[in-house]
Design a protein around this ligand. Structure first.
Ligand code: F6P
Ligand code: MG
Length: 448
């Protein structure tokens, strides 16, 4: 099925897609190149082969940047043996033959870009598993220290209530906690490193703390908030399986896991399945390595500049509880190439039938972040008042489709399900409101 609207494209000069192709992609590539040089510069003279190869990678990426700037046609990706390249080249040849970085759909061109960057590395001897965004992810996580500690204290308070089990809980209080933690997870999405080319680091931090300090104020910026309905649904489910389609590593992942922690610990969910990307993706998306790294980092004595033993202990305690969820299969980590394919989620059932069948066993599938939102609604030019359920197409209409929840801060030319008049009003306040990261939606589609 295809949506009844044209796709977002960077040919539209008034769009964020255009700003992205023109300005953000080249900047993102420059950062990758810079990162590779930082690494080669840190290598000793014994590693001359790796250094040489690093220089060749940097040259290829510079060439890639040039191809974008020159609006060259997209070319097949040549990679031997990678399981997902066939899909990319098939979609390219079938739908975008002869198209360039602007005239192909924004969604395809952007996924294709990140896939090209990955294959430039994957084709090499010494850099095949190198993550060129890792340094950025690490730096930004370190910079989020204050909020990380604050949240760790909060979750500790919430979890260490004595004599509380799944049967004697106060539903009303739990409802409030659920809202609070969901919002921490939501605003964590503002910390997307691909946006650092637009926002300053301080602005991102300000958005980050939306989930904690100014909760009430930032609630006004949630343009649709279906959390109350979701909470009702969770209460009905008893012991649910919840799936989280993860987005960014570091601070956002931390907030997502705090949410997953409470929901398991309080007995509302029996298990949480965490879905990550199999390759480094859209700068900051979570991979297996980022996930493992988070656990190590929370247990490290010197990654953060702790000011007390207590702070150190609070993170260790958190990490060891999380570790126990993994060991007991209450948290199940998985990855799938569908999440890094160029396909929108309208094609989920047909392109990844096993994944889809598995998700259908879930009582709630939560899609975090902007790219997931774009893929849910097919990244096209919907009117902002089109109902969310209509915009996600087969994910509502297919028999057996699981309940879908999206939590995202807006970073693309795309909002659906808004009340009449909201768009017009916001246009008068801030013409870039859709992609500023300052407005969010929490939208729910129940099981049909
Ligand atoms: O346009 C901003 C952007 O880089 C999009 O390309 C993408 O949809 C999004 O940000 C990634 O954000 P998130 O990490 O929230 O998916
Ligand atoms: Mg992301």
């Amino acid at each position: 099925a295809n949506p009844p609207r044209p796709a977002l494209q960077a040919t539209d000069k008034n769009s964020f897609a255009y700003i992205t192709a023109k300005k953000r992609w080249p900047e993102i590539l420059e950062k990758v190149i810079d990162d590779i040089y930082k690494t080669t510069n840190s290598l000793g003279s014994l590693e001359v082969d790796k250094i040489q190869e690093g220089k060749r990678i940097a040259d290829s990426l510079t060439e890639l940047k040039y191809q974008i700037q020159q609006k060259r046609p997209l070319i097949p990706i040549d990679t031997s043996g990678a399981p997902d390249i066939g899909t990319y080249n098939y979609v390219l040849n079938t739908y975008f033959n002869g198209e360039n970085w602007y005239s192909a759909t924004w969604l395809f061109a952007e996924c294709y870009l990140y896939r090209r960057i990955h294959s430039t590395l994957a084709e090499t001897r010494y850099w095949r598993s190198y993550d060129p965004y890792f340094r950025q992810k690490e730096d930004s996580f370190r910079a989020s220290f204050a909020t990380i500690i604050e949240i760790a204290k909060r979750i500790d308070e919430l979890i260490s209530v004595p004599n509380m089990n799944a049967d004697n809980r106060d539903r009303e209080t739990d409802g409030i906690v659920f809202h609070e933690l969901a919002q921490i997870s939501l605003w964590g999405n503002a910390t997307d490193l691909s946006m650092l080319t637009n926002l300053s680091f301080d602005e991102v931090k300000e958005l980050q703390s939306s989930g904690t300090k100014h909760m009430e104020e930032s609630e006004k910026n949630i343009l649709v908030n279906d959390l109350a309905k979701v909470w009702e649904w969770i209460l009905k489910c008893h012991n649910a399986r919840i799936d989280l389609i993860l987005d960014n590593a570091g601070f956002e992942l931390y907030g997502d896991l705090v949410f997953a922690d409470w929901i398991v610990q309080s007995g509302y969910a029996r298990e949480v399945h965490l879905h990550a990307k199999p390759i480094p993706w859209f700068v900051s998306d979570t991979t297996r390595r980022d996930f493992d790294w988070l656990f190590q980092t929370l247990q490290s004595d010197d990654f953060f500049s702790f000011t007390s033993e207590l702070e150190k202990l609070s993170l260790k305690k958190l990490a060891s509880r999380w570790q126990s969820y993994i060991v007991n299969s209450q948290w199940i980590f998985t990855e799938d190439y569908f999440w890094t394919s160029p396909y929108s989620y309208w094609h989920l059932a047909e392109q990844a039938p096993d994944l889809y069948a598995d998700l259908c066993k879930s009582q709630l599938v939560i899609f975090k972040g902007d790219l997931n939102y774009r893929k849910l609604v097919y990244d096209c030019k919907w009117e902002t008042t089109v109902p969310f359920k209509e915009a996600i197409g087969p994910l509502t209409s297919l028999k057996g489709a699981p309940p879908i929840l999206t939590m995202r801060t807006g970073k693309s030319d795309l909002f659906v399900g808004l009340e009449k008049g909201v768009e017009e009003k916001l246009n008068t306040v801030d013409e870039g409101w859709m992609y500023s990261g300052k407005y969010a939606v929490i939208q729910f589609s129940e099981r049909t």
